[in-house]
Design a protein around this ligand. Structure first.
Ligand SMILES: [Zn+2]
Length: 322
């Protein structure tokens, strides 16, 4: 049987690499898939909201209302990319189907890209699509703690100044055991002025928030949280017993940064990696890996394009950041 875009419209996403290749043999099939994600009710002109148009030879549309020429990728992260959609789709597939994602160097090799920078920019754009703007805050009982991640200072010359970044982690504890969703953010320091805004961003008011006895968390009860400060030295238990969620996440995060990204990151990189980590962690129970592929593309067609210019330190010229 030959798959046509029409047939594939009945299906949500491919389940295996073999199916992936059958679904997206060329550019036309990728365009059809994106159109279905972006315009589930059919063509919609972003200029005049008109619903009538006709397809041009190059795959884009002409709006009957305002005569505007519309590409399905216009206004998305794929806008004006010189990389074919088929390569983008392959990148999304490997980013979401490999347990630890893919590095820029790995993607460059996989797609045979001429430049590392192209691979780097693709991954950066895809990471920006991993956070839904209107996502819900965590709720129920939430553990919050900070961890330190090794990095290099932005704009550093030569080898780059080694420094540590503070990452604050919030994770839902499920009743009776297990973990729910996670939120992470790099913060300037461990002061109340840095930690409290994070908790308000990540956790629904009225939730129970468990922290250690650090004074940076003192203001939480005044901010409409049921704050449970645990005095670690008084319990006599090691921190990973009393705060199992944040310690599990911190360990996974560090292992992933070390394994996939060689550990050393700039602040801007780290922010993007945290988004990717949360995307993958929060969907870890999804039994169908193809679902992550679908979800990321679904986000990608509603995520506005951002121009990224990799800083010097992000390119593999220095030993510290391959
Ligand atoms: Zn129009």
């Amino acid at each position: 049987m030959v798959l046509t875009p029409e047939v594939s419209k009945q299906l949500d996403y491919p389940g295996t690499w073999q199916q992936f290749r059958a679904w997206f043999p060329d550019e036309q099939f990728c365009v059809a898939y994106l159109e279905r994600l972006r315009w589930p009710e059919g063509f919609r002109c972003p200029g005049c909201a008109g619903e009538k148009g006709w397809r041009l030879d190059d795959g884009s549309w002409a709006c009957s209302g305002c005569a505007r020429r519309v590409s399905v990728t216009a206004g998305t992260i794929f806008d004006r990319s010189r990389v074919p959609l088929a390569d983008w789709f392959t990148a999304v597939w490997f980013m979401t189907n490999q347990k630890y994602g893919i590095s820029a160097l790995g993607l460059q090799r996989l797609l045979g890209l001429g430049s590392y920078q192209t691979a780097w920019t693709m991954l950066r754009k895809l990471r920006s699509a991993m956070v839904r703007p209107a996502r819900e805050r965590l709720s129920g009982t939430v553990e919050v703690d900070e961890t330190y991640v090794g990095g290099i200072a932005e704009g550093a010359r030569g080898r780059g100044a080694e420094r540590k970044f503070v990452v604050v982690i919030a994770i839902e504890l499920l009743d009776p055991v297990g973990f729910g969703r996670v939120r992470l953010r790099r913060v300037a320091d461990v002061s109340s002025a840095s930690l409290s805004p994070f908790v308000e961003y990540a956790v629904e008011p009225g939730s129970a928030v468990r922290t250690d006895a650090w004074k940076g968390y003192n203001g939480l009860s005044k901010r409409n949280y049921h704050h449970q400060a645990i005095n670690l030295s008084a319990t006599g238990d090691p921190a990973h017993v009393v705060m199992p969620g944040v310690h599990t996440v911190a360990a996974l995060l560090k292992r992933w940064l070390l394994g996939t990204h060689q550990g050393s990151v700039t602040a801007a990189h780290l922010d993007a990696y945290l988004d990717e980590f949360a995307f993958r962690f929060n969907r870890r129970k999804s039994r169908r890996r193809g679902m992550l592929f679908y979800r990321l593309l679904e986000n990608a067609v509603v995520t506005k394009p951002t121009r990224y210019r990799p800083s010097r330190a992000s390119l593999p010229s220095g030993k510290h950041n391959q």
